[in-house]
Design a protein around this ligand. Sequence first.
Ligand SMILES: CC(C)(COP(=O)(O)OP(=O)(O)OC[C@H]1O[C@@H](n2cnc3c(N)ncnc32)[C@H](O)[C@@H]1OP(=O)(O)O)[C@@H](O)C(=O)NCCC(=O)NCCS
Length: 152
Amino acid sequence: MIVRPALESDFPSIVRLDALSNPHPWGESLIADALQSRKNWVIESAEPVLDTEPSHILAWLTASQTFDQSELELILVDVAVRRQGLAKKLMVAWLESFSKGDVSEYLLEVRESNLGAIGLYESLGFELVGRRKNYYKTEQGHEAACLFTLAV
Ligand SMILES: CC(C)(COP(=O)(O)OP(=O)(O)OC[C@H]1O[C@@H](n2cnc3c(N)ncnc32)[C@H](O)[C@@H]1OP(=O)(O)O)[C@@H](O)C(=O)NCCC(=O)NCCS
């Protein structure tokens, strides 16, 4: 398994990962935009799974940067390889990617019901600093967004 910055050629593999493993898929246009305008990392499996595939992407993280803040936009791991530490590896790649002093705060928002992701963020030292009521749509109605930050 290799953790590396995403390449333009990863686009089809990321689209497939999003379609198969994201409970709220982003779709091609948001993914293309993220690959062009944000910082992106992927985890690639050592062996291609299909002959037709140039790479097999097991996980993807995309984050933006505004001045001295960097915000996680999405982290996504293939359902077949969850709870093996892949998300943690990508989070560490993101957190360690900035030179000292470039970023003083990391931010993220997550659905209140996403206890797995919340466990991941808390294990890395993120702290809950706010809550936006009814921020995300659900099948039944709405749910809150929890805002987490990590200061460096
Ligand atoms: C959330 C997500 C990225 C976690 O990926 P993962 O590779 O399975 O996470 P890791 O194996 O690195 O987990 C690291 C730690 O996070 C916590 N964690 C991760 N998934 C968890 C779950 N389902 N339940 C409880 N804790 C969980 C645990 O503390 C875990 O450590 P442990 O396995 O030693 O107990 C993955 O479930 C996913 O892609 N979900 C769908 C997309 C999503 O919700 N993204 C987050 C919002 S942007």
